[in-house]
Design a protein around this ligand. Sequence first.
Ligand code: ITT
Length: 196
Amino acid sequence: RKIVLATGNAGKVREMASLLAAVGMDVVAQTELGVGSVEETGLTFVENAIIKARYAAKITGLPAIADDSGISVDYLGGAPGIYSARYAGQDGNDGANMAKLLNALDGVPAAQRQAQFNCVLVYMRHESDPTPIICHGRWHGMIAEQAQGDGGFGYDPVFWLPELNKTAAQLRPEEKQAISHRGHALTLLLEALRNG
Ligand code: ITT
């Protein structure tokens, strides 16, 4: 049975679809089924992921997996967090978002540039599933002084990994998957689906 990936973000689809297909899941992106975006009115990653999964399940009649994620910067009190996609305006422009973030940290020393990515994945069997599966992954790093690398998506070029001396955008897809917030959340989700 098909499962709809409840995201309009091509980067997320790339990172999730192949792994899910590899374990035999028949996944299809919501855009291929004509599902548009829904307003994310929640105050947490969990609430927004549920809103998106529920909406896609309702429109398609299929089980749905949604991803709500973002980057939280210590120096900014956790911003942009759930507002990461809209940090520099409604259109979710990666370049503008990164430019705004680098600007907000201009002159801030390395020791105060800690950040983390969070990813919440929600699996809903149907629109009114009362017990959605909720998985959370986290990834610690720092905000780079400038963007580097062209892999990944979103904020990856400014997410600096001191122990690897690289940004997330300088990792190969399988390297990112092994350590990222989304990779961790996906591992947990697959485990939960296997057990239940
Ligand atoms: P959907 O809601 O359709 O899934 P979206 O891009 O609007 O797409 P979010 O509301 O969850 O998704 O926003 C996620 C934000 O966090 C967005 O700015 C992404 O670029 C960023 N982000 C999430 N995971 C990331 C990753 O692995 N690398 C870089 N940036 C990431």
